[in-house]
Ligand binder design. Sequence first.
Ligand code: DSN
Length: 412
Amino acid sequence: MSYKFLKKDSKIFKAAQGELKRQQEGMEMVASENYVSPAVLEALGSVFTNKYSEGLPGKRYYGGQTYTDIIESVAIERAKKLFDAEHVNVQPLSGAPANLIAYSAVLQPGDKILGMDLSHGGHLTHGHPATFSAKIYKFIPYKTSAAGLIDYDDLAALAKKEKPKMILAGFSAYTRQLDYKRISQIAAEVGAISMIDIAHIAGLVAGGVIPNPVPYFDIVTTTTHKTLRGPRGGMIICKEKFAKQIDKAAFPGLQGGPHMNNIAALAVALGEALLPSFKKYAAQVLKNAKVLEQELKKYGFKIIFGQTDNHMVLVDVFSSKNITGKEAEIVLDKIGITINKNMIPDDPRGPSDPSGVRIGVPAITTRGMKEKEIRLIAKWINEAMEARNNEKILARLRKEVLKLCKKFPIYK
Ligand code: DSN
């Protein structure tokens, strides 16, 4: 990466160089992150950033749309093919706006939504009181059982009692496969719209390694930058009957001009996701996460929800190793492994220093790491947490992490 022109702005140039080095020399294990391809980066940095394109391909409010229409149409067609979708809107600026667009498209203020509790793996935008959407809609949380699964009978009973307008599935820290059919049946039984947020698993669905929820749900939202390995952004997939409402809610309802450079980059990423190599990538993500789960269990870590069926594990480090989530995050950061502290179901500790950590494998799998490397990483995670105050051991582990990262270079 030459940053030929950026060099003139030394502050930003230095920060960009620093971030590049941090990504190259560290092990990125935040479950929601990934490394985009150089082609996606080029599209992001393209002149499409200069263009205003309110409206949809062929129906814009400003002139000069010959090429923006091409990229947006290509992105939509590729997304439709990848997810077997009836309708796709690629304009949401990211996941939180995508969810708000979806709610506002089909609900009225005050309507009820059943959404998964944040500490049970849900997401802030699925009803946390701190969000604006929770001020507009009445969210009722549902939870996981002690065994780590959603109790679908309980969910059905809750839906009958509350009569919500929407049942919302999806998560940011839950690791088990959802029963799409059951959730959509429960929604149908009470006359609710079914929606799922697949931000975390979109790439695994696209790669065909976990089932596609699109046939089951009225509305599917996602980000585009996690397992899907595209630029930062959002996307809404829906049944044709909701298409007009969704498009209008995106623009002019909640957004202005779409970010066309992101849409160009998304089209590129979706093209990459259609290739056979992406299927291999997605399959390797699942294998790596499973090995991580099994190795961590061997070292005595408690895996929340019992196991993983996707790209991440949620670990109760407090009960396993007597270290808080925040301390674990700091210790791993010292050895060059980046993760995030995370609440566990009904966490007795607060969100700023919870009992757990969330660890994901999408980014390191993009680097080419496989089972052998995951075994080493699990060993280092355990050693680092056990030797948390021993700077000498931590320094040695930092060197080992660096050596492995150099064997799997990115952006060279
Ligand atoms: N911040 C993203 C995550 O880490 O899951 C989604 O909000």
